[in-house]
Design a protein around this ligand. Sequence first.
Ligand SMILES: Nc1ncnc2c1ncn2[C@@H]1O[C@H](COP(=O)(O)OP(=O)(O)OP(=O)(O)O)[C@@H](O)[C@H]1O
Length: 246
Amino acid sequence: MDQEYAVRVDHAVVRFNMASERIDNLKEYFVKLVRRELMFKEFLALKDVSFQVGKGEAWGIIGTNGSGKSTLLKLICGILKPYKGSVKINGSIAPLIELGAGFDGDLTARENIFLNGAVLGYDKHFMQAHFDEIVDFAELWNFLDMPIKNYSSGMAARLGFAIATIVRPDILICDEVLAVGDFAFQQKCERRMTEMRENGTTLLYVSHSIDSVKSVCDHALWLDHGNVKMQGDVETVGNAYMEALR
Ligand SMILES: Nc1ncnc2c1ncn2[C@@H]1O[C@H](COP(=O)(O)OP(=O)(O)OP(=O)(O)O)[C@@H](O)[C@H]1O
């Protein structure tokens, strides 16, 4: 019964330490450290977040700038560790979080497809078998031998999305990356997310577009200053959020 969840977050707290004064060089840092003059200001990006995502569910994570959405996704992917609380995952995760995080700017797109595949745990043969499908989806046949550093952010997002979704993960995590794609590509991504959902993939999706969240997700989690303001079905939570923004 307990294995029915894909993601379970229990009372998670994420803390960042920020130096509260400007330190100009390493020497000054150590002098202050030795004299115990170094002051840190703790900042809780997530204060007490609990929610559970069932297998096959699609959750939209919504909230204003700085409310903790990306921090929550990074916590779920294991990029960040909770200061308190716990995160449990059932299944393989494909994170699509930071644009080009799995890319090397000096390598060509062709090389990066294999590199990114390896990062996601897939061998060369698997990537070779899916190569055409990836490039077709990203619509980047004419730019395959260009180094990724010359790609626009939208082009890099297309390629990242095409790779992350070809591998059919159990759990797909998408941050705002899709926002940099043009409208036609956003529509294409939404269709693919819906199709993956129909095949049982669990989805966590951060977006500022409530319409997009409503069209792809069945649940929503509304974050506000690092706390859960509301969670539940996407219509109710999405509408309450829109109402609060007015
Ligand atoms: N590495 C870090 N060090 C210190 N503070 C951080 C760090 N990463 C994020 N924060 C802070 O945590 C808070 C939440 O950031 P987060 O990126 O999760 O917000 P968000 O909801 O995704 O915002 P946006 O809608 O603007 O993308 C912000 O106040 C941010 O400044």
